[in-house]
Design a protein around this ligand. Structure first.
Ligand SMILES: Cc1cc2nc3c(=O)[nH]c(=O)nc-3n(C[C@H](O)[C@H](O)[C@H](O)COP(=O)(O)OP(=O)(O)OC[C@H]3O[C@@H](n4cnc5c(N)ncnc54)[C@H](O)[C@@H]3O)c2cc1C
Length: 491
């Protein structure tokens, strides 16, 4: 840490996920002294690479929406512009959980709402009556749906039940693990803004559609997986002077002060003994933020989800049909009910979706000879069905689901590799956000909405705000240090 940082504004960032790292990078590049505290052994949060039979895959976020250009702009700054890859233009599918019947997913504008409800794919997904009902939506007066507070209410009353149940529900469950009933309109800003402008959900969907290509065409990824973004962010942060402490869980605001003191005492010679005004940014999920603030809430704030990936032998006779990408880049499941034959909520056919991915990098070996599929489990309101299963049982369930989703019977003997990872996704709701004390700020997908296209601009905007704000008092961290630091490791 250079000497000239004495008295310089300081920001402590709790959480080294993409939000915290983007914020830390922007602040540090503007001359702010930044320390990041990350509970895990590595940064990245829900962006993480996993190894499956020597091949590197994304086991958390695997893509970003290109809308708005904010992610592309950041990637350009990080020197990753030429690492951006597009999914194969294969489209994706909807599969009925009740019987495995599959139809192509209509090119969607927003959250499954079809931009062209009378189009062939929309008719197949909705049935003729459902399509016609949706096509009438632009003719409805503005007062229809005006009292809606959730996405489900608005879609149902304006576009009809078929659009809600057969398109919007599988998309929101598959993408953000949230049932449309639990998505307040206040959290669907882009859609509601276009809806307000055009007076129609169908027209809004058309305007939001980034391209006329098949659904999924408006996303992109990185050649080496989304974890390349984290690697680049960490490197840039360090180059800009950010101190990143991993294996450093923070349990309270006082912990931050303690941990900073320990940072200062552990810092190399020449480091200033006292810093200037300090702000704290909690870039952690809601549960952790509330615990740190001492604002617990009785409601469930996180939906547990699980991702299971299977590597299948491409030359196994039962696997060969997958070379034709029978469900394009993947499929979303329309949940039927207790008698469903499919438990997963979505499948991604990774090796077909990202043909330009480079899995031969330092982490991964070639995926040649393998078809890799990734299944997701867990819908709002309950634990994922896989949570109680050991690896062998989870693999059996995933294989059975993959067989039904992809339309080909996949035996145990075709499996070369298996990996799984549990995650949490924010549960939207109308509970009030905790009010942090002065100088403490909240960041993350439970504040700004899920997805990198939303999170990255939110992190950058907060960085701008902090750069503009006058210094906040450092006095609140001068309490006596605790006898035992809760920092388990320093890096
Ligand atoms: C399976 C899955 C697939 C997804 N797919 C996509 C996708 O394709 N595209 C997309 O845009 N988005 C996707 N998302 C969403 C996206 O991953 C998240 O919105 C985003 O990564 C959240 O970033 P964050 O920094 O806000 O939070 P996180 O990534 O959760 O980071 C928070 C960090 O805080 C740390 N932390 C927690 N508690 C503490 C504590 N007490 N002290 C210190 N540190 C703490 C955590 O270890 C973590 O590293 C997906 C999410 C999941 C789970």
């Amino acid at each position: 840490m250079p000497d000239d940082r004495a008295g310089v504004r300081h920001v402590a960032v709790v959480g080294g996920g993409v939000s915290g790292l983007v914020l830390a990078r922007d602040l540090a590049r503007a001359g702010v002294w930044v320390t990041v505290f990350e509970a895990a052994e590595r940064c990245g949060g829900r962006i993480q690479a996993a190894d499956i039979r020597g091949t590197s895959i994304d086991i958390g976020a695997e893509a970003f929406a290109t809308r708005g250009g904010a992610v592309a702009a950041l990637l350009g700054e990080l020197g990753l512009a030429d690492r951006v890859i597009r999914p194969a233009p294969l489209g994706s599918w909807l599969v009925a959980g009740s019987d495995g019947a599959a139809v192509p997913l209509p090119p969607a504008g927003a959250m499954g709402i079809p931009a062209a409800p009378l189009g062939r794919d929309a008719r197949r997904a909705l049935g003729l009556a459902g399509s016609v009902r949706a096509a009438l939506e632009p003719l409805l007066p503005a007062r229809v749906g005006s009292g809606s507070t959730t996405l489900a209410q608005l879609v149902r009353v304006r576009a009809g039940k078929a659009v809600l149940d057969r398109l919007v529900r599988p998309v929101t469950l598959g993408v953000s693990s949230a049932a449309p009933e639990l998505i307040p309109l206040t959290s669907t800003r882009a859609l509601t803004a276009e809806y307000a402008r055009t007076g129609s959900l169908i027209r809004a969907a058309g305007r939001l559609r980034d391209s006329a290509a098949a659904a999924g065409g408006a996303v992109a990824s990185l050649r080496g997986g989304m974890s390349e973004l984290i690697t680049a962010l960490v490197a840039d942060c360090v180059a800009a002077g950010v101190t990143i402490r991993t294996s450093a869980p923070i349990h309270s605001l006082t912990d931050v002060g303690d941990a900073l003191e320990s940072s200062e005492s552990a810092a190399p010679a020449g480091t200033p003994g006292a810093c200037g005004p300090t702000d704290i940014v909690l870039a952690v999920p809601e549960l952790a933020a509330r615990a740190i603030l001492g604002h617990p809430v009785a409601e469930i704030v996180t939906t547990p989800v699980e991702v299971i990936a299977l590597a299948l032998a491409a030359d196994h006779p039962a696997v060969r049909p997958l070379a034709e990408a029978p469900r394009g880049t993947g499929a979303l499941v329309t949940a039927g009910g207790p008698n469903d034959v499919i438990t997963a909520k979505a499948v991604t056919h990774i090796t077909r979706k990202w043909p330009d991915a480079d899995r031969n990098g330092p982490v991964g070996a070639s995926s040649a000879g393998m078809e890799i599929v990734r299944l997701s489990y867990g819908r709002a309101g309950s634990s994922p069905e896989t949570a109680a299963l050991d690896d062998a049982a989870a693999q059996r369930l995933a294989l059975r689901d993959a067989s039904r989703l992809l339309g080909t019977e996949l035996p145990d003997t075709a499996v070369l590799g298996f990996t799984r990872q549990s995650w949490g996704m924010p549960v939207h709701g109308d509970r009030p956000k905790p009010q942090p004390p002065a100088g403490v700020h909240l960041l993350g997908d439970w504040i700004s909405g899920v997805g990198l296209a939303t999170l990255i601009p939110a992190a950058r905007e907060l960085a701008q705000q902090l750069m503009r704000a006058p210094g906040s008092p450092s006095a609140r961290f001068t309490g006596a240090p605790r006898p035992h630091h809760q920092i388990s490791e320093r890096h």
